[in-house]
Design a binder for this molecule. Structure first.
Ligand code: AMP
Length: 419
């Protein structure tokens, strides 16, 4: 049997892969307009970075990490998310001793050993942004607006922003205790009971209806925010409203990573079924200290590239109709013509046109089929007689009209036609 991609992974193939690249670009473009610099970190890191940075009690760390020992006996883990690595890099290179906030964005693969299903993969792509070292509600709002702009630029209409605050080290402990007390009185399985003691906020995130049905009267963090957190949250809400970004307050929104404080948000799409989140993020004021750094209040998000693409499909924005692969396609007939065509195709490319040619010594019929499949607007047919006349037959593939153009002029001729 031939090899298959591992479970939970898939290949992006043309022409869809080009669209996915375009999605990635579109999500990143607003960040560049706001002064975020590109960062690339290793695909694997010291396992402890994630254990501490993502949180020992999270599903990611307890169940989903791809951890292995390298030949030097180090425990390494394929990155399950980007934030911990970015904070590590900032601290390692002392970026936080310069002007704050440090604004960075990244793009790349993430790995989680999840239950594979549509929209939830073991290898997936995120575009992420982090602003480190400032506590300012305008920074939270800026990031949210930039993500919303990215989704809007793709034409997505059905993306909703859910917003919440998780409080800070002053007010969260009292809320956590109140929530624990409430949860301990419920009828829950053993694993969930254990979670109450380690990470009770995560129980609110449990999707099972037998759990959700019991949570109607659960205490909400919004009712326990201290004055400073409340004021901060109101400011974020006000700024979003002022720039026309609609949001829904979701007092039950908690996120799967331990490091979040204050602002938390998620972008969800109506057409994706159970895996509805196309992106999410929030403030993580304590993370740097968890990684032995100085206090570095920060905010960030990660958007799912493949899930955003699924959302576009759901809105009919990503149909798979045949797309133009190249503008011009060369059809050489014979060895001399092939050598000349090879040069001509190179000249066309240097002139800024996209061009391909028939390879493998195909005859006229096979080569013309290739021209059709390429989606090219023009085929260039070069036979022995054309070569002798220093000319080439230019065939408009839409109208089937054919004209003879001197080889010396064909690049200029086509530039005028296709650009
Ligand atoms: P998180 O890093 O869990 O906050 O996720 C941020 C975004 O990444 C989510 O909103 C999804 O769009 C995407 N994402 C997270 N996990 C997966 C996965 N297993 N497969 C595909 N996309 C994912």
């Amino acid at each position: 049997m031939s090899f298959q991609a591992p479970k939970g992974t898939f290949d992006w193939l043309p022409p869809r892969s080009e669209r996915v690249l375009a999605v990635r670009e579109a999500l990143a473009a607003p960040l560049r307009t706001a002064g975020y610099g590109y960062i690339e970190t290793p695909v694997f890191e010291d396992t402890q970075l994630f254990a501490r940075g993502v949180g020992e009690s999270t599903d990611i760390v307890t169940k989903e990490m791809y951890t292995f020992a390298d030949k030097g006996g180090r425990s390494l883990t394929l990155r399950p998310e980007g934030t911990a690595s970015v904070v590590r890099a900032v601290l390692q290179h002392n970026l936080h001793t310069g002007q704050l906030p440090v604004k960075l964005w990244y793009s790349g693969s993430q790995f989680r050993y999840e239950r594979a299903q549509r929209g939830r993969y073991r290898h997936f792509w995120q575009v992420g942004a982090e602003a480190l070292g400032s506590e300012d509600p305008a920074l939270d709002a800026e990031l949210i607006v930039l993500a919303a702009r990215g989704f809007a630029s793709l034409g997505l209409k059905n993306v909703t922003l859910l917003l919440n605050s998780l409080g800070d080290q002053n007010c969260r402990p009292a809320y956590r205790a109140a929530l624990q007390e409430f949860l301990r009185g419920l009828d829950l399985d053993e694993e969930t009971r254990a979670r109450i003691e380690i990470n009770p906020l995560r129980v609110l995130d449990d999707r099972r209806s037998e759990v959700q049905d019991q949570l109607a009267d659960a205490p909400l963090v919004v009712d326990h925010l201290c004055a400073a957190c409340k004021a901060y949250h109101e400011e974020v809400r006000g700024l979003l409203t002022a720039c026309g970004v609609a949001f829904t307050d979701d007092p039950r929104l908690v996120r799967g990573l331990d490091y979040y404080t204050r602002t938390t948000f998620e972008f969800v799409h109506g057409g994706l079924g159970s895996q509805s989140a196309v992106g999410g993020g929030g403030r993580y004021d304590g993370l740097s200290e968890m990684l032995d750094g100085p206090p570095l209040p920060s905010v960030g998000w990660a958007l799912g590239v493949d899930r955003t693409f699924l959302a576009m499909q759901a809105e009919g924005l990503a149909d798979d109709e045949a797309r133009q692969r190249v503008q011009v396609y060369g059809v050489p007939l014979g060895d001399d013509a092939r050598r000349r065509m090879f040069l001509l195709v190179g000249e066309l490319r240097e002139a800024g046109l996209s061009a391909d040619m028939a390879f493998g010594g195909k005859g006229l019929k096979g080569a013309m089929k290739g021209a059709d499949r390429s989606g090219a607007a023009f085929a260039l047919i070069l036979g022995e007689r054309d070569l002798a006349a220093e000319a080439v037959q230019v065939k408009d593939l839409a109208t089937a009209e054919q004209s003879e153009v001197p080889l010396a002029q064909v690049v200029e001729f086509l530039k005028g036609k296709v650009q």
